[in-house]
Structure formats: structure tokens, C-alpha cells
Design a protein. Structure first.
Ligand code: SAM
Length: 304
């Protein structure tokens, strides 16, 4: 039986499956997770994301995803201004919509931006558009810690951390890349009880939740997520905002399929502003409440 990576209990059972996916349900903390093999997960990432995942071209990608990313950056800027001389790392940078705003709207030099992007064609496009930025065709799990040697002042981890193979280990890795006292800025909208994905289709069945993006490795409640984050970083501020979906989207941001849906349900995005203090480490205090996960999953037609 797999050990739950989030509460270390050995009571996680492979009980939760839909037609396409198999998850483990931890009967101690209620987290739902997948055990992933690095190599096949890498191949899957290449098949899920492409240069068209954000829009057909650069202009469309910025129009579709710019408002969300600009709104998120504005909130971080209101907490503490970004600094032009600081070195930033964007994890899961995609085609560079965030990099665009960092350079155009926030005065960050391209040469002060590093980016991790595991999909080769996306990383190549990003590097071609931002030749002075340091683009690394790697996922977080493969990152060469020596390249950054705790040289990063600020990390952006926007819309990506639910894709990491093991979120707990990933936070440890991120901490190792950042300077003592550096900033870690996270946004995420994927939770066990979320209303919809980016497209705005309401989640009413387990298939709606588990199947659209096969890369998602973990589902938990927002308070469990905060507790996990708090083991590694000091959370200085958090914010929950409504996500504004673009109606009549021309392509699905995950599959790239065209004209597939209209946005109908508003989502929520959680933003967390954190400090990586290298002397800080809290013991795990997992939220042990599997009952609410069971109840929620039951609503989606899953009995565990
Ligand atoms: C949902 S997109 C988010 C992109 C961008 N940060 C945004 O908010 O629009 C996730 C991106 O992370 C990349 N990615 C997937 N798994 C990753 C991993 N383990 N480490 C780093 N990046 C990853 C994908 O290739 C994709 O470009």
C-alpha cells in the first residue's frame, strides 16, 4: 500500500478510479493523489501541453491568459513591489505570458528572468522570444540545483504546482533554489472542492474532476494545501480571487482543441505570498479530516 506523501500514513488505498485514471485516497488525511513515474510523466507532459495550449499565437495567448496573470501579479505587487534588479524564476513558464508582463509591465530585465519549461517546443519558442532570459527545458523534478545555487530572489509558481510529482518534495526543492529570505509567489486554482477548471465547465462528476488533465497529481482542500506550504515557507499574505474566464474560448488551454466550450462557472484562485527563511522548518501537522473528502467525493458519484 502506498504511503501518503502528505501525512506519511501507510493507509492510502488505490480505491479511487474513473474510466481513465487511478488515484489513491488517503483514509487518514483525505488527500487524493497519484503515484507517478518520472519518465512516463515526462512523456505525458509533452503530450498534454503544446505551444497552442494558451492560444493559436502569441497575441491570442496574451489576450486569453493575460488578464488572469496580470491580475495575479498586481496583487503581489501590492503586497511588496517586484524589483528590477532581482533574479526571478518562473516555474512552468509555458509560452511566456507571465514573462511578457514581467518585462513590459514591471520593468524586469529579460536577463534577470530564468524559466523552467519541460515541453521542448514550448521552451524553444520561449527562448526565441526572450533571447536574454535563461530558459531551461526541464521540469522542477529535474532542475539542477547547482545552476541556481540559491541565487534566486523570487519564484513564480503560477498554475503549476498541482502538476509536480510530489508537492511536498517540490516545496523542498523550490526552497533550495531561493536565497535565504527570498520570495515564493504561488497561485493555484486546483482543489478537491473546486467548482470548475479554466474552461468554466462545472464539476459534477468524478470524471469532470479527474480526467481533463491527466497530469494533475494531487487533490486536496485549500486549508490542507496551506498547511503543507507552511511546513516549508512563512506565508506572509494570501488572497482568494474570482477567476474571470474568457467566454467563447477558441481553444481548450489543456488539449488545444478548438471551439470546445463556453465558460459558464466562475472559479476561485488562491494566491500565497511566502518567504523562504532557511532556518525555518515546521513539523508536519496534517489536517486529519478524511470525512469531508469522502462526503465531497460521494457528491461526485464516488464511494470510498
Ligand atoms: C497549466 S500550465 C501554466 C502555465 C503558466 N504558468 C500559466 O499560469 O499560464 C503548466 C505549465 O507547467 C509546465 N509543467 C508541467 N509539469 C511541470 C513540472 N513538473 N515542473 C515544471 N513545469 C511543469 C507545463 O509544460 C506547462 O507549460
Amino acid at each position: 500500500m502506498p504511503v501518503c506523501p502528505y501525512c506519511s500514513s501507510g493507509d492510502a488505498k488505490p480505491q479511487l478510479s474513473t474510466s481513465k485514471t487511478l488515484f489513491h485516497f488517503c483514509s487518514v488525511c483525505g488527500v487524493v493523489f497519484k503515484k507517478l513515474d518520472g519518465e512516463s510523466h515526462g512523456k505525458l507532459t509533452e503530450s498534454v501541453y503544446s505551444t497552442q495550449s494558451w492560444g493559436e499565437d502569441r497575441a491570442e495567448s496574451i489576450a486569453a491568459h493575460g488578464p488572469r496573470l496580470k491580475g495575479t501579479l498586481d496583487w503581489y505587487q501590492s503586497q511588496s513591489p517586484l524589483k528590477g534588479s532581482d533574479h526571478y524564476l518562473d516555474i512552468g513558464a509555458g509560452v511566456g505570458v507571465l514573462v511578457h508582463y514581467l518585462c513590459e509591465g514591471f520593468g524586469i530585465e529579460q536577463s534577470n528572468i530564468s524559466a523552467l519549461e519541460p515541453v521542448c517546443e514550448i521552451a524553444q519558442l520561449l527562448q526565441a522570444q526572450y533571447p536574454a532570459a535563461g530558459v531551461f527545458n526541464q521540469n522542477l523534478e529535474q532542475v539542477d540545483r547547482d545552476v541556481f545555487s540559491r541565487d534566486i530572489d523570487g519564484v513564480f509558481c503560477f498554475g503549476v504546482d498541482y502538476l509536480f510529482h510530489d508537492l511536498n518534495i517540490a516545496f523542498q526543492t523550490i526552497k533550495s533554489l531561493v536565497k535565504d529570505g527570498g520570495r515564493v509567489m504561488i497561485s493555484r486554482n486546483v482543489f478537491l472542492n473546486m467548482p470548475c477548471f479554466y474552461g468554466g465547465v462545472q464539476i459534477q462528476t468524478a470524471e469532470h474532476l479527474f480526467e481533463p488533465n491527466p497530469l494533475i497529481s494531487v487533490f486536496m482542500f485549500p486549508d490542507q494545501y496551506k498547511e503543507l506550504l507552511n511546513r516549508w515557507f512563512k506565508i506572509t499574505a494570501s488572497n482568494v480571487a474570482d477567476e474571470k474566464y474568457v467566454r467563447d474560448m477558441k481553444c481548450d488551454p489543456v488539449t488545444g482543441q478548438k471551439n470546445m466550450f463556453k465558460a459558464s462557472v466562475a472559479g476561485k484562485i488562491l494566491m500565497m505570498d511566502c518567504i523562504a527563511d532557511h532556518s525555518y522548518k515546521r513539523d508536519a501537522q496534517p489536517v486529519r479530516n478524511p470525512g469531508r473528502s469522502r462526503k465531497y467525493l460521494h457528491k461526485l458519484g464516488v464511494d470510498i
